[in-house]
Write a protein that binds this ligand. Sequence first.
Ligand SMILES: [Cu+2]
Length: 301
Amino acid sequence: MTLPAVTSDTINIQNLYYLAFWMSVVVFVLVESLLLYSAFAFRRRRADEMPEQNHGNSRMELMWTVVPAIVVLFLFFISLDGMTKLTGAGSYAQPLNHVHPIDNTDAARRIDEAKQTDEVVTITGRQWFWQYRYQKEGVSASSQVNATSTGELMVPAGKSVRLDLNSTDVIHAWFVPQLSGMIYVNPGERSYIWFTAPVGEYYGQCNFFCGNQHAQMISKVKVVSQTDFDAWVKSKKTAQQNDVTAQQGDPSRGVQLYMDGAFKSVSAIEAAQRDTAVAAQTTGMSTQEVADVIAYLDTLQ
Ligand SMILES: [Cu+2]
């Protein structure tokens, strides 16, 4: 069995999956029993026996063409219907373009929901971690687990949460199976999904091979009560304010940190050169320390 679905999207997906699964079970049992029955009932009994020769049977041929066609068409239409029921997976520029309004009531409901998201998190896929920026609160976090980060995407329970996804380097894919379907995260394009989830921890993984540390791109989503979420935002804000003053780098301190191997990978250095806050999350260093290392690296150029 699969992990329990917790959002309206994943419940729809799961229902569709079970329907298709049990239909397949029926077809499988039917076909295999007919096969076994025929192999047994019509087996050759004597060495010189010649079985009855059939040269076509229009009625049966019509039946085994029409019945599977009906089954496949049924699956096609319920899948299409299932897709239109998903609350959101589209491109940011054309957010509702993906909606095929077979059922106009559903389409209208989704458009309303898209406008009323309580929480918007911009997620940036990077080689090799996810960066989270909370638009309303102005705080950020990342999927990196280190001294300053537990690597979770915190969201409030029972609230409509929209994730705006983009990539700075290669194609990644966001997939937390209990919360939504998979969505590609392409450089130069913003994709999005949204959901409302109950309290819990949900795990996912970048679902598109994005380089040699692809396996590190784990997405852990922690859904907490609004009170806990507010407390988390407050602690993040305090931590970020403490770091605000630390921007002027000192190369003499930086060289020491660099020699100590604080930046363990080339990607951390690259990240540092792009974004001090990101590099701090990547390495678990303070932004002051990152600024020091960058100041040292600048003396090399
Ligand atoms: Cu990735």
